[in-house]
Design a protein around this ligand. Sequence first.
Ligand code: 1BN
Ligand code: ZN
Length: 337
Amino acid sequence: MRFLSILCIYAAIGMSCNSSGGPVSPPPAPPAEPSDPTPARPSFNPERAFEDLVAQCDFGPRAPGTDGHARCRDFLEQRLQDAGAQVVTQDFTSRTGLSDREYDFTNLLGLFSADAEGPVLMLGAHWDTRAKADEDPDPALREEPVLGANDGASGVAVLLELMRSFSEVPPPRPVIVAFFDAEDQGARDSDLPDQGWIIGSRYLTDNWPEELPWPDQMLLVDMVGGDGEHNPAVGTPPRATDEFVLQMERYSLQFAPDFVDEIWSIAEELGHDAFRREAGHYVIDDHLPFLRKGVEAINIIHFVPPEWHTTHDTPENCSPDSLHQVGDTLLEYIYGG
Ligand code: 1BN
Ligand code: ZN
């Protein structure tokens, strides 16, 4: 009997006794309310991203004051709307490092998962292209505009493909996608701040739109589409690497080392071997105004590809695989773990 009563103590912790005193299993729990399965981490489609790189180049150069610039602006605004972002456009005027004329510029921003918990992440890329191909090997072409397949369209293409993911599976934390204008119009002899580079991102950080939360982290992508091949038309200029390599940009490494380490570690785990654990150059780029205001900001950049600031910066010299290495790493950072 004592044994039976000990057995029946099980009742208190979840088992029951039948009429003859023996233990029985509890009845099966009623089926749970059907719940949404955890959405799979989206995948990065490199061919679709490459189509977006070509689509931008099909507008022609996106240099200030050009028809291509105006059309690409509308294209990007539409893509932000289509992805379901809360869209903010920021118009401003400025002269540039390459011209004393005033031009119209626009930063385009889209907020995803506005109500989610967690630190606000900004993903950025510049969408303007350089008005002068002043590094072209042919001096006769140095006043021509750059098409900017890599220097401009590649970073934007990665972000456009990430936006497709955001529209299908909202990111688990707030994310701002920023397309910066007027990044690429600088010149060594310019009297403008930062020699006329990064005009758009400077304007944004100095004139922050009240509709948007201030970012805790900022991740810039620039020149992430090179095909890594030797190009006999341009050779291998000083500082350039034919191979597509993503060294750790120096300002990022100096002021946001943990963020750099986290991204490079993810890339290594995924086998994206363009990411190199080597210190690269200091690059004046759109992450700098954010670093200066205390944001943990880093730049993923190939500095520099051989076609940089030449008329050979075209889709033929770019590769979907390079876009994939970067885009897949960012998706894992945003959705993984
Ligand atoms: C990046 C792409 N940049 C220009 N095109 C920024 C830059 C500024 C690079 C100054 C070198 C010097
Ligand atoms: Zn450039």
